[in-house]
Design a protein around this ligand. Structure first.
Ligand SMILES: NC(=O)c1ccc[n+]([C@@H]2O[C@H](COP(=O)([O-])OP(=O)(O)OC[C@H]3O[C@@H](n4cnc5c(N)ncnc54)[C@H](O)[C@@H]3O)[C@@H](O)[C@H]2O)c1
Length: 270
């Protein structure tokens, strides 16, 4: 029996994954700081991953981890440090001590959100986070890389775009990922052979700003394309203004912005 730990199981993505992830011969251990209801034989463990002892316990007898827990949006440093930095170090350390084989991590498009829109990025482009939140995801990607190289824990870093039933604004025509495509790329992380892999969690969007060929080579076969919803997208929805419309991070890049937008538009790569 293969045991998969799903962190952030009470959240939006976690709730979707707990319904769609499992294969025969596998059992889910659900973890969140928020309460959850158990069903279908799932194990449910409530607690704070920023507590190292809790993280160590919850990783016991686990084969693979899908790590989705965290503060999922921008906030002051003091709100991000516990769930996104301390919890991250606790989780990978607990994975090492408990002999976990692999970790699939919910990273974010906001690790590269200061690149101009339209530029096609690949995983080797250096990170340019658009927020404190994005910077914490860069840190987690670095921790994952360290634990892959030094301790042999496979790391699958999914830079999730905009997870929703359908794209709601112009930016999401590039960044959207449907629930079934996200479930599929996370599943790929549980099954494929890799060392430390960075992939883009977006559907097969005509306007995608990324080269996802590594994910495709590993077997990702997205079923949805945001363009199919074009007629339903309100062009005035979502963040507006020169910064939000020029940078891949959209509203997140624009928030608190006091830099030089002309410079960022011109300097395509640093
Ligand atoms: N939703 C998106 O479009 C999107 C895009 C990019 C990245 N992501 C990332 O994917 C992951 C899941 O996103 P989501 O939209 O489901 O967010 P969410 O806020 O709905 O879920 C996150 C869950 O993590 C739990 N959590 C927070 N701190 C915790 C801690 N210290 N210990 C244990 N559990 C804790 C929360 O209670 C919550 O249930 C997040 O890491 C987020 O940053 C999401």
């Amino acid at each position: 029996m293969r045991r998969i730990l799903l962190t952030g199981a009470a959240g939006g993505i976690g709730s979707m994954l707990r319904e769609n992830l499992l294969r025969e011969g596998e059992v889910l251990r659900l973890c969140d700081i928020a309460p959850m209801t158990a069903h279908d034989g799932d194990e449910v463990v409530m607690g704070d991953l920023a507590d190292a002892d809790f993280a160590m316990d919850v990783c016991r007898d686990v084969d693979a981890i899908v790590h989705m827990a965290g503060q999922a949006k921008e906030g002051p440093w003091e709100k991000l440090v516990g769930p996104n930095l301390i919890a991250t170090t606790n989780l990978w350390e607990a994975a090492r001590v408990n002999g976990v084989e692999r970790v699939v991590f919910g990273s974010s498009n906001h690790v590269v959100g200061m690149y101009p829109v339209g530029l096609e990025l690949d995983p080797s482009d250096i990170t340019r986070p658009d927020s404190r939140y994005g910077a914490t995801k860069v840190f987690a990607e670095a921790v994952a890389s360290l634990y892959a190289d030094k301790y042999g824990i496979k790391s699958f870093l999914v830079r999730i775009g905009t997870f929703a039933e359908k794209p709601e604004n112009i930016r999401a025509l590039s960044t959207w990922i449907s629930p079934r495509d996200l479930a599929a790329i996370v599943r790929l992380g549980l099954d494929a052979d890799y060392h430390c892999e960075t992939v883009f969690g977006v559907s097969r969007n005509t306007r995608a700003w990324c080269d996802n060929s590594r994910a495709f080579a590993l077997g990702y076969d997205p079923q949805d394309n945001a363009e199919d919803y074009l007629a339903q997208v309100d062009p005035n929805a979502g963040p507006q203004g020169p910064v939000a419309s020029s940078l891949q991070g959209g509203g997140s890049a624009a928030k608190e912005f006091s830099g030089d937008i002309d410079l960022l538009r011109r300097r395509v790569r640093p």
